[in-house]
Design a protein around this ligand. Structure first.
Ligand SMILES: Cc1cc2nc3c(=O)[nH]c(=O)nc-3n(C[C@H](O)[C@H](O)[C@H](O)COP(=O)(O)O)c2cc1C
Ligand code: SF4
Length: 415
């Protein structure tokens, strides 16, 4: 039986308190990291082969190694606590119930890249999360874990919390940087990437909450221990959040590579009694569907890529045989169209045309032209928008049209 690493504290009483964290071995890893050279910390994370958990899976140690070195360079770390992907609620669980584990990861990451300033960006509606972040940071200052000369190491770090106004696009790293700078959250053109020119034009590492909580465990237990968990290309534990038509929706931490079927049946309690699975969204709603014949797919970056989808955030949404797939398409597009930042035409207008067309299907007024228009709109949005939000909207519709063509046709106007 797998013993959770990242979520082992979240069910403890008063798990958010610094004293609880200390009682369970907290901040040991920071003490160790501060005795190493910053480059050696980067090397540990590289050897562990940790990949970002915010969706794209970029190798974390490699990202850190791209940060320009040397005195006179101001570097920043930005902690992404926006978590807007529908079906994803893992970071929130850590922020609310074990914020010190993140702070420990932040201190180590900031030390590794030699940043003396870190910013926490958190979705404004996460009231409890905001409260927990602020209290945890204040307590860490009190215990000498933040501020000047941390634990007499000579390293100093300040962290502050910035509340977003609840825009999905502000989770995208460059839009988040714009928002942190006090501007409207719209993505920037890349390159330059934030590690070269981020906040106020300075090198900035943007990191997801779950990614950061892996770091203390890597430093404390070693990269070999870490890399032995999961698969060759997807190392370490992963927090999966399961929702939809399962008996026990929730947050489940398991090694990367665990079969999807195991997560659904053995952990999430299986699909509702008397029903079968129609399709599963594996990594947040912008990832392509997994079909019933593919349920043994290993939940790893490469396992999901091999069947044409992505691990994404690990937000698994299970849909049983009662699910109306046309309505799934409509709701998905309604979300993305609403969240479009509006700065490019295919996403801003294409999204609403897609939504209007899908609404005609759900109202049984769609025609054969509408079916063609759906395909035309998907092609017109997919891959040509300024940021990946456009593809995140068009991709699911494309997959649903492909796999459930009959359902779309059955929703057309009856002449
Ligand atoms: C539209 C969009 C929304 C995103 N939302 C989030 C988010 O809420 N949280 C997050 O950590 N990453 C989000 N990302 C990914 C970030 O841009 C970035 O890749 C990530 O924060 C990097 O951290 P990681 O390497 O630790 O995964 C989003 C990306 C896109 C395109
Ligand atoms: S794809 Fe959408 S969210 Fe992304 S920049 Fe264009 S309008 Fe904004």
């Amino acid at each position: 039986m797998w013993q959770p690493i990242l979520t082992r504290n979240i069910h403890l009483p008063n798990s958010e308190k610094i004293t609880t964290y200390f009682d369970h071995g907290g901040y040991q890893s920071v003490r160790k990291a501060l005795t190493l050279a910053p480059d050696d910390v980067i090397d540990l994370v590289k050897r562990a082969r940790l990949r970002g958990r915010g969706g794209a899976g970029f190798p974390t140690g490699l990202k850190w190694s791209f940060v320009p070195k040397g005195a006179g360079v101001t570097r920043y770390l930005a902690v992404n606590t926006d978590e807007g992907e529908p079906g994803t609620f893992k970071d929130r669980a850590i922020v609310e119930r074990d914020p010190h584990q993140i702070i420990e990861g932040v201190i180590i990451a900031a030390y590794a890249i030699q940043a003396q300033r870190a910013f926490v960006y958190i979705r404004g509606e996460f009231f409890l999360g905001v409260k927990r972040w602020i209290k945890a940071i204040a307590d860490a200052y009190q215990y000498g874990l933040l501020g000047k000369n941390i634990l007499n190491s000579g390293f100093s770090l300040d962290i502050s919390v910035h509340r977003g106004a609840g825009a999905y696009i502000c989770g995208e790293e460059t839009a988040m940087i714009e928002s942190l700078e006090g501007k409207r959250g719209e993505p920037r053109l890349k390159p330059p990437y934030p590690v070269q020119a981020g906040l106020w034009g300075q090198p900035t590492v943007v990191q997801n909450v779950e990614t950061l909580v892996n770091v203390p465990h890597i430093v404390l237990n070693g990269p070999e221990w870490y890399a032995a968990i999961g698969t060759e290309k997807s190392t370490g534990p992963k927090i999966f959040c399961v929702s939809g038509h399962v008996n026990r929706p929730g947050v489940y931490e398991l090694p990367l590579g665990t079969p999807l079927r195991t997560i659904i049946d053995d952990y999430a309690g299986g699909v509702r009694h008397g029903h079968t699975i129609k399709a599963v969204i594996p990594g947040g709603v912008s990832t392509n569907l997994v079909l019933p014949a593919q349920l043994d797919v290993p939940m790893s970056f490469e396992g999901l890529e091999a069947i044409g989808t992505q691990l994404g955030t690990g937000g698994i949404v299970v849909m049983d045989d009662t699910t109306n797939m046309v309505e799934v398409a409509r709701r998905t597009v309604a979300f993305f169209a609403h969240e479009s930042c509006g700065s490019c035409v295919p996403c801003r207008l294409g999204g609403y045309r897609l939504l209007e067309t899908l609404t005609r299907f759900t109202q049984h007024t769609a025609t054969a032209d509408d079916l063609q228009n759906l395909q035309w709109l998907v092609r017109g949005i997919n891959g040509i928008t300024f940021c990946p939000l456009g593809a995140g909207m068009a991709n699911p519709v494309n997959a649903l049209l492909h796999h459930f063509d009959g359902e779309f046709r059955a929703h057309m106007q009856v002449n």
